[in-house]
Design a protein around this ligand. Structure first.
Ligand code: CUA
Length: 157
């Protein structure tokens, strides 16, 4: 089995200078909703989740809740994004695979780090903090697109 081993440049994760701010689930969800309303490009998957593509360099919000990460995020390769994470209830883990970025998500705190994906493809976010009966099902998705390859494909979907 072979798989891509991308190197994602991350600053501000917990082994670097993690930034955290006090928040509430309501406040964080409101900011996430606003991003979803402004930048949803399509819906996808069995739950018809919004795929949100914020402008390059724009703020990205992802909610951890029982038992998923919401919404699906689409980013551009080689662009840097302030990435915001919070939990709607109790503690979860944010583990971005296979880049192996791990951040503990503590409720009532907003975690912020800068994410610069430098390979395109589909990446899974899994929860690596035991959070109850649906823990093993708690999976999110980040898609990274490469603008130059989109152009060279020569058609749009
Ligand atoms: Cu959320 Cu385990």
């Amino acid at each position: 089995m072979s798989f891509m081993m991308p190197y994602w440049h991350v600053t501000g994760s917990q082994n670097l200078s993690n930034e955290t701010y006090k928040t509430t689930p309501e406040r964080f969800m409101a900011k996430t909703q606003k991003m979803v309303e402004e930048y949803t490009v399509r819906n996808e998957g069995p739950r018809n989740y919004p795929v949100v593509r914020p402008p390059a360099g724009g703020d990205v919000y992802m909610v951890a809740r029982p038992w998923d990460f919401w919404p699906i995020i689409e980013l551009e390769e080689e662009m840097s994004y302030p990435f915001h994470l919070s939990s709607m209830d109790w503690q979860h883990g944010f583990s971005l695979q296979p880049a192996n970025i791990n951040i503990q998500i503590v409720p009532k705190y907003e975690h912020v780090f800068t994410l610069t994906p430098n390979s395109s493809g589909e990446f899974s976010v899994i929860c690596n903090e035991y959070c109850g009966i649906g823990h093993h099902l708690m999976i999110g998705k980040i898609q990274v697109v490469n603008n130059s390859s989109e152009i060279s494909v020569g058609h749009s979907f």
